[in-house]
Design a binder for this molecule. Structure first.
Ligand SMILES: *Cc1c(COP(=O)(O)O)cnc(C)c1O
Length: 218
């Protein structure tokens, strides 16, 4: 199959015009395809699996910014921190503390996004608004030296209903605006099927896989 260059160039141009960062989601895709997009200038890549990210980071150019967009388990935190630019899916205080402790041990400060649950489906990870506020209050009282929260991440419902998807993104944007602290600059929302709705609702970063790399088996 290979990389869809036309899609890449059109999407990149469309997003650049709006000041939105494109994270190319390369999970399950070979290093050769990542290099192809890299050759077109792409530097931000997103991965969902720790082992896969670590293996790719070891063999691909050092100036790639790796985004971890999957569900991170606390026991994998130490493996991934040396390689990751931004952890998108932090959805508990326990995980945030684990990242901070390990980052401190490694002499780093790791950028993180808190994941908010906006979809109708039960299955998607994320904090509800009350949990988000509790975490923000807690770290306000007891700052975590090893992490820097840069904003929020969310996934809309998997549905063709554009009205619903738009209203979920708008809700996340409103939460972002209300909760934003000093240093927040990132609202990560939008995937292949809904990035235009996300962009219209105020996304600053989209995570796009299949439009660039073709369909995945998983
Ligand atoms: C796989 C994945 C994406 C990309 O999905 P596409 O529909 O292929 O663009 C974006 N965000 C997350 C969290 C993902 O797991």
């Amino acid at each position: 199959m290979g990389v869809n260059r036309e899609n890449y160039e059109a999407i990149k141009k469309e997003l650049d015009r709006q000041g939105i960062t494109l994270v190319a989601v390369s999970k399950t895709k070979p290093a050769s395809e990542i290099l192809e997009l890299y050759g077109l200038g792409q530097r931000d890549f997103g991965e969902n699996y720790v082992q896969e990210l670590v293996a790719k980071a070891a063999e691909l150019p050092a100036d790639i910014s790796w985004h971890f967009i999957g569900h991170l388990q606390t026991n994998k935190v130490k493996l991934i921190l040396p390689f990751v630019q931004l952890v998108h899916g932090v959805d508990s205080l326990k995980l945030l503390k684990a990242i901070s402790n390990e980052a401190t041990r490694q002499g780093r400060v790791t950028d993180c996004l808190l994941q908010v649950h906006i979809a109708e489906e039960e299955t998607k990870f994320g904090l509800d608004e009350r949990e988000l506020e509790e975490i923000l209050e807690t770290i306000n009282r007891e700052p975590l030296a090893g992490v820097r929260i840069r904003g929020l991440m969310g996934m809309a419902s998997f549905t063709e209903d554009a009205v619903q998807v738009r209203s979920e993104f708008e809700r996340l944007q409103a939460i972002y605006r209300r909760c934003a602290r000093e240093g927040w600059d990132t609202l990560s929302m939008g995937m292949s099927g809904d990035y235009q709705l996300a962009a219209a609702a105020g996304s600053t970063m989209v995570r796009i896989g299949s439009l660039l790399f073709g369909e995945r088996l998983r």
